[in-house]
Design a protein around this ligand. Sequence first.
Ligand SMILES: NC(=O)c1ccc[n+]([C@@H]2O[C@H](COP(=O)([O-])OP(=O)(O)OC[C@H]3O[C@@H](n4cnc5c(N)ncnc54)[C@H](O)[C@@H]3O)[C@@H](O)[C@H]2O)c1
Ligand SMILES: [Zn+2]
Length: 475
Amino acid sequence: MNYSNSKVPNSSLIARSSLAMAVAHAMAATPVTNTRCSLSGNGEASTSLVASSSGTKVTRAVLSGCRDKKRVVVCLRRRQGKDSRQFKEQSSLNVGAGVLEGAPPATRDEPTIVEVDLGDRSYPIYIGPGLLNQPELLQRHVKGKKVLVVTNTKVAPLYLDRTIAALKHGRFNVEVESVILPDGEKYKDLPTLTQVFDKAIQTHMDRRCTFVALGGGVIGDMCGYAAASYLRGVNFIQIPTTLMAQVDSSVGGKTGVNHPLGKNMIGAFYQPQCVLVDTDTLNTLPDRELASGVAEVIKYGLIRDAKFFEWQEKNLEALLARDPATLAYAVKRSCENKAEVVSLDEREGGVRATLNLGHTFGHAIEAGIGYGGWLHGEAVAAGTVMSADMSLRMGWIDETLFNRALELLKRANLPVSPPDSMNIQTFKSIMAVDKKVADGLLRLILLKGSLGNCVFTGEYDPKALDQTLSAFCKS
Ligand SMILES: NC(=O)c1ccc[n+]([C@@H]2O[C@H](COP(=O)([O-])OP(=O)(O)OC[C@H]3O[C@@H](n4cnc5c(N)ncnc54)[C@H](O)[C@@H]3O)[C@@H](O)[C@H]2O)c1
Ligand SMILES: [Zn+2]
């Protein structure tokens, strides 16, 4: 895609127009109790403690969820600071490989396991190449005898047969049905969701059935919401096949569909039983989709993981070239970041909102130009630059940090400003119905301090928001 008409306004530009946001300014604070996200007296959620203590905390969060020996070993290895390559070299584990008699040729690759620690709803994220060839990984999370795979017209020809084979392998009494939805963000809606319920009812999916999401974030979000509401909740597994879904959307239990008036406006929090990330599936992903996922990877670095950001600055080209070890590390580190945030704040009382850096502007772009016009990560990339611009205007970050964020997004071939068709009024009217509006106040995630620090707050200078919108929009 050509983003040549995308422009980055001079961040020192002072817009003169005084914009009246449709939102009032009264901060509604939601207390959060953890060491990573502090709420100041004015209700500002901050992740400023994260950079200094992330290593220890990740381990603790993960260790407390290690329920069996295999996981504890993996968790302890992580504690010792091994990266995913070292796991493979040193691990003596053999999770899933050759467990079933007559199993399809199991790869010798052992998954890295990142645990999402949510008490009795904890679950593992298995990460590695060739995992779709390890049936036991999936089967241990299937309850009952009926499975419904939800996928789309693009992914089905690539991975549906292999998924069904893995689910059925050695289990002749398991019935696997599938429903193939039309492909694209524009079908992430209620009418399309009905097709899943139709198929589930027609094929007599019962309360013990399992819904399996096979695809990118659109399929994951839709299948998850269907699983949350079918018979008031059935078992659910995520098999994410885009980078976006592997590093972000498949983890954390946010599910739902879009409404013409707003992105993801209808949905539920609903956690899967497991997430199976077969990194080999990324080999068929178009470059543009890969870059879209990179936008979320960059986000983790900016909001809470300075070291990861620095690693990205050094390894971005290898990541875009799909070097397997680089991809695997990016997925693992992203999942660790997301798992930790979700473990701390499952229902987005505070710190989880920081995962939405750039998303308030980004969602406005997605809805404003029509779903599917830009990819989610593309809209997030432009939104991230707008958030950083606002932070810079308020003196919350220095110009060097702004430029580092801008440069990395540009190197990833992502757009760094909204499309020309977005005007100030469109931004304002869509942002006014953002899910982060509370009691009429629009709260935003803004960078603050050194690299890896951000705040979720309604206490910002509204003029800075006006100036950012003016600087990035032609009208
Ligand atoms: N739930 C969450 O926490 C969360 C987080 C981030 C994003 N999201 C949502 O995720 C969606 C975006 O996800 P996405 O970027 O994965 O988009 P997507 O699901 O539309 O997938 C992108 C495209 O790639 C195709 N595809 C998928 N896997 C492929 C493969 N292995 N090879 C070739 N093509 C493949 C898809 O069919 C589609 O055409 C948005 O709706 C966004 O709101 C949700
Ligand atoms: Zn996102």
